[in-house]
Design a protein around this ligand. Structure first.
Ligand SMILES: Nc1ncnc2c1ncn2[C@@H]1O[C@H](COP(=O)(O)OP(=O)(O)O)[C@@H](O)[C@H]1O
Ligand SMILES: [Mg+2]
Length: 427
């Protein structure tokens, strides 16, 4: 089977790494890929957003299956376009991807099916939004309707912050004219934030082992939000049995059924961003693809052939699949450029990439090959992953590997996995 993986970050390197292990994969392309994926298959210089370019390539090369990493091409309808040309594509249709592409549509969907979420109002003009903030006060959460690369949400502690957020979105249009036409203003939720992933075949959803991300830039969850500084899986103490039952019964099942009813069944990876509150789990948002970096340790531990899973999802036969996982814990630490998520320098030479021990896997993200030497080219540079019998042994191994890799300005968090250790001691 000829497979095309779309995207070029750590998530897509991990997906390509897993696809490559399938005996069913005869040829692997990655578009645009990165220096890491170049070791596994053929990188194709087409951007993930260039749907027509990707389609033309897939037709020419007679690609059998396309696996899409990032959200933008999904929201733009890549799956529908590939299907029109009879090429199998793993990811939701444009109609189903709207759950991530529009916060307004997502909140209205949640309301239609009575799925637990923060109470909210929707505004299509700035004046009314400002008046509403004056009326209800802070803290309050302001959300840009359209995709904003993870920067469209403000958890405002003061009314001033809330007004600023509305002005940025609706008056200054910093996320674009279309994305900023509407805002969602919602109540703040308090509790532990978790992500739950499910493979979906349109009707059925199978939950993956839990993974936990670390969003803030610095140790102890301090500092600005990032794309993700590390992750680990499994995290069996993340949800109680009661909360897990509620997630399935009150969130996952009604989500799948609601989309079937609306004739846009969900095929792909559904990512539920949840807040576990005193009143049970509530939906913060849906994403319609794997998270990055959660995908990296999940792919490390997944034993089942990914191509069998993807086929079963596309064919509506997920019932036939049993997910099996390696017993060990897998951990992933992001090595970032100094200054990230603010401004940072690029082009720093990376050393120590070859000297890796057994059971260490390094996924590339923001790297570039400059005349044969690997240099930094983005904020998140590498995802360094390791296995361990428990959190502590995995942490020991992964940090030894992180320390062996050098580039000027290297920044990482030293406490990935510590929360799981704390939960274990509490349990
Ligand atoms: N109602 C809410 N209450 C508390 N925190 C929230 C709320 N909505 C969002 N957040 C916080 O803001 C972050 C980003 O919001 P989210 O809806 O996930 O948007 P996106 O990932 O598209 O930027 C969440 O991960 C969460 O930490
Ligand atoms: Mg989010």
């Amino acid at each position: 089977m000829k497979v095309l993986v779309v995207g070029g970050g750590g998530r897509e390197h991990a997906l390509a790494w897993k696809v490559k292990q399938s005996p069913r994969c005869s040829e692997l392309f990655i578009a645009p890929g990165n220096p890491g994926t170049a070791e596994l298959g053929t990188n194709v210089a087409i951007k993930a957003e260039d749907i027509e370019g990707l389609l033309a390539f897939a037709v020419k090369e007679q690609v059998d299956l396309c696996i899409v990493g990032p959200e933008v091409p999904l929201a733009d309808g890549i799956t529908d376009r590939f299907q029109e040309k009879s090429i199998r594509c793993f990811g939701p249709s444009k109609a189903a991807a709207e759950l991530e592409g529009s916060k307004v549509a997502m909140k209205e969907f949640l309301r239609r099916y009575n799925i637990p979420t923060a109470p909210f109002s929707i505004f299509d003009n700035a004046k009314a939004a400002h008046e509403y903030i004056n009326q209800v006060g802070a803290p309050i959460v302001i959300k840009c309707d359209g995709l904003a690369a993870g920067k469209g949400v403000t958890v405002a502690q003061t009314e001033d912050e809330a007004h600023d957020a509305v002005a940025k979105i609706m008056e200054d249009h910093v996320f674009g004219e279309e994305a900023g036409k509407q805002v969602v203003i919602e109540e703040i939720l308090r509790g532990e934030e978790i992500s739950v992933f499910a493979f979906c075949d349109g009707h059925n959803a199978v939950l993956l082992d839990y993974a936990q991300d670390h969003k803030q830039a610095y140790d102890g969850d301090e500092g600005p939000n990032t794309g993700g500084m590390g992750a680990f899986t499994p995290a069996p103490n993340l949800l109680s049995a009661k909360d897990e039952d509620e997630v399935v019964r009150r969130i996952v099942v009604p989500t799948m059924n609601g989309l079937v009813k609306e004739e846009r069944p969900f095929v792909g990876v559904l990512f539920l961003g949840l807040m576990v509150t005193n009143n049970g789990p509530k939906v913060i948002e849906y994403n319609v693809r794997f998270g990055d970096p959660e995908c990296q340790p999940l792919m490390m531990r997944l034993e089942t052939d990914i191509l069998d899973i993807v086929d079963a999802c596309i064919d509506g036969k997920l019932d036939d699949i049993e997910l099996t996982w390696r017993d060990e814990l897998a951990i992933c630490v992001t090595l970032a450029s100094g200054g990230y998520p603010g401004s940072y320098e690029k082009g720093k030479v990376i050393s120590g990439l070859d000297a890796t021990a057994d059971d260490i896997v390094i996924f590339h993200a923001g790297t570039a090959d400059k005349d044969g030497s690997i240099c930094t080219s983005g904020g998140r540079v590498l995802s360094v992953c390791a296995f361990g019998d428990d959190v502590n042994s995995a942490r020991e191994k992964v940090y030894a590997a992180c320390d062996a890799i050098e580039f000027e300005g290297k920044h990482l968090r030293r406490d990935i996995g510590c929360r799981e250790e704390a939960r274990k001691q509490k349990a």
